[in-house]
Write a protein that binds this ligand. Structure first.
Ligand SMILES: [Zn+2]
Length: 318
């Protein structure tokens, strides 16, 4: 065995023997200082007081949990019913599988467990806590945020929107610098402009993809909505690139165009209805849609687009 590999193995073993890895590494200093201060200072965990929490959860995770609840409670859009119910049995632990695979954290719906690589993976743990906040399981299906997993058919839908929105909320409420699924986060932020922030946060916390579809039906057809959800699921598999390295012309351009077309058509319809009902002027309608398209256009660097439908819309609206 080469020396390097030996050293690596030794390092892994040392960490495994000491899995509760509470020393805070340097990367944490880049995160918002209030989180650092909060985590490091002693606290009596006031936000956990009246909640029944699985007694197996370690102290450091209780601190994260306290901070998480403090942040989400300030927002009255969330229904915290499922979170409070899930906390009674939730387990959070460092897992060997996550350590070896390099996966920062995972949330397992059935056993109601968050498994982490280290107990310092703040942004990942908060992301998984949002999954926990939005999950309920019935006889027929798992509902988690905007995803549904049907037990009988081993069929899942909504994971793309769900992962993007989970990360958007993590970024919004925990103010962390590090985040993933960047392109999905961008796309769901545009979706939120159609659905409405209050409604979308509430529906997420209720695990209601149906509610989301209902709102979108005001602006598009059910077939187009289901196609959009499916396309976002496909896009999830591609969202491993940063915006800078994400090349729209080579990475499934037809998929991203379909997603953008859906968003633009639905948004334009929503704003047009506002104009038609006398809430805004025609100029305002025109301006809002133009800004919406331009944001997407700039984000994905679409200046050289060859998509005829998108080109037509951009020409009409700009
Ligand atoms: Zn996730």
């Amino acid at each position: 065995m080469p020396n390097k590999a030996k050293l690596n193995q030794k390092a892994i073993l040392t960490k495994l023997l000491n899995p509760v890895f509470i020393a805070f590494d340097k990367s944490l200093t880049s995160k918002k200082s209030y989180i650092m201060e909060y985590i490091l200072k002693p606290t009596d965990l006031p936000y956990l007081k009246d909640l029944k929490i699985n007694s197996k959860i370690e102290g450091i995770y209780l601190k994260y949990l306290n901070l998480f609840i403090k942040q989400v409670e300030t927002n009255h859009n969330f229904d915290l019913g499922y979170l409070k119910r899930n906390l009674k049995t939730l387990n959070i632990r460092v897992s060997l599988e996550n350590y070896l695979s390099g996966n920062n954290a995972s949330y397992w719906l059935g056993p109601n467990e968050i498994a982490t690589r280290f107990n310092t993976e703040l942004s990942s743990i908060f992301h998984e806590l949002f999954h926990c906040l939005s999950t309920h399981i019935t006889e027929d299906a798992d509902y988690s945020g905007f995803s549904i997993g049907l037990h009988s058919k081993k069929f899942e839908i909504g994971n793309g929107i769900n992962e993007g929105y989970t990360e958007l909320l993590t970024k919004r409420y925990l103010l962390l610098d590090e985040w993933c699924y960047k392109n999905l986060v961008f796309l769901v932020s545009k979706l939120e402009l159609i659905v409405g922030k209050n409604e979308m946060e509430y529906l997420y916390s209720k695990g209601s993809l149906y509610g989301l579809v209902d709102i979108l039906k005001k602006y598009n057809t059910e077939t187009e909505i289901l196609n959009f959800i499916h396309n976002m699921d496909l896009f999830l598999k591609w969202d491993i690139f940063d915006a800078e390295t994400f090349n729209i012309e080579t990475v499934m351009p037809s998929l991203i165009y379909k997603i953008i077309n859906f968003l633009v058509i639905s948004y334009a319809k929503k704003i047009y209805l506002r104009y038609e009902n006398g809430f805004i002027t025609y100029q305002m309608y025109h301006k809002k849609v133009k800004t919406y398209i331009k944001d997407i256009y700039n984000y994905f660097n679409l200046s050289k687009t060859t998509n005829i439908e998108l080109k037509r819309r951009i020409n009409i609206e700009t």
